[in-house]
Design a protein around this ligand. Sequence first.
Ligand SMILES: [Fe+2]
Length: 479
Amino acid sequence: MAVDFRKHPMFPPGFNAPTRFEADVHDCEVWGEIPADLQGHFYRVQCDFLYRPPNNEWPTGFNGDGHVSLFRFQNGSVDFRSRYVKTDRLKTEMTARKRLWGVYRNHYTDDPSVANIDRSAANTHIYWHAGHMLVYKEDSLPYEIDPYTLETIRGRFDYEGQYTATTMSAHPKIDPVSGDLICYGYQARGDLTDDVAVYVFGADGRKKREWWFKVPYVGIMHDIAITQKYILVPLVARTTSDARLKSGEPMWEWNGALETMVAVIPRDGEAKDIRWFRGPARNTLHFLNATDRGNRITMELPVSDGETTPSHIKRWSFDLNSRSDLFAEEVVSLANSPLARMDDRFLSLDYQYCFVGNRNTERPYNTQTGGNMAGRVTNEYQRVNVKNGQASTFFVGDTHGLQECMFAPRSRDGAEGDGYLLGIAGNYSDMTSELHIVDAMKMEEGAVAVVKLPFRLRSGTHTNWFPTWELPLRGDRIV
Ligand SMILES: [Fe+2]
């Protein structure tokens, strides 16, 4: 059975076609100078597709095979490696030489032969903690890979039996003060169950806390936020049902009639101490940061009012003194990408900088060499001060589109924002991908260096940076 992606609605010819290869590039071509203080490992994950999904697949592409890229920075040079995560699912399909899993998170559409095989595509996010490099997919448990070779070690990672929920979200949080990792699963006792489980694991990988609770409705719970005293678990109005799954559609459906709900968990409390706040239906997946001051919690996040309206950076406020269970909302910035990152050394703490993409249609686009992407690409990164909304901007140029950026601090103890933005850009003029390195305090000056890959990468999901003081370099080369 031939592999053929033609006429699939998700894969028009061009930049986002499946890549379907793994690569090693020794000593990448670099335009400019890699800063000497940028040493460590930059990872990014993309959803790739080795086999053709059903035509009614969720157009987000979030059901593709997990594919991890590593840019290794050492002494001004960069080596590159990419590998598929060799999930049970991918290996089974490779053996059968065809797609066996159906549409996104819908077991009714899977081939019956795979009913008892782990369905994780390991395609969303990657974190290094407690000596494990884990690649996450929120409908399953994570995969562990080797942080240097990217070879797959094992699936269904459960902290040696300490984690009993059946799912783990792709967005754990690492507390920069304690070094603890807070992770969670929803639909935590199987598909469509209304159970949520939240866990705390220490830097030694031992479980410290565990909470189980029920949700008001089964909706998407893609990310969480933490403060030093609380964990915020939002529930967003993208929902599902057994009837929807039986109809053969992907799991999620936007339902603007539902309220947004946020569970506030006291980190030193019990499940009975959880307080739910509510607000109007909001479309969001990712939460930037949260902080607590006394009995008031604020959380900044990219969020839109509906399925087709643009995202902006907003602040939700939760007053624990109030008898009202409503959260308040205000606009922080009109930057319009749904993906925002920060200096993670300040996660859960008082902070000022958000790094967010922006599609600025006022910027020039060269349709002659860049194709027909004008008005459709994220062409800026902004450093937004969340305290006053002021922004500094990096423009990537008139033939490029940007993906999620990551902040890499210049040193372990430097000031917030003192470091570099790392972001993958698609160069539509020559159909290759580039890693742009921007001084986060000199955004307007442009990239200090650009790592040129001799091929394209698909749009990625998430990125992470682990400097040498968290993950030491091993040897002097990758290949
Ligand atoms: Fe995500």
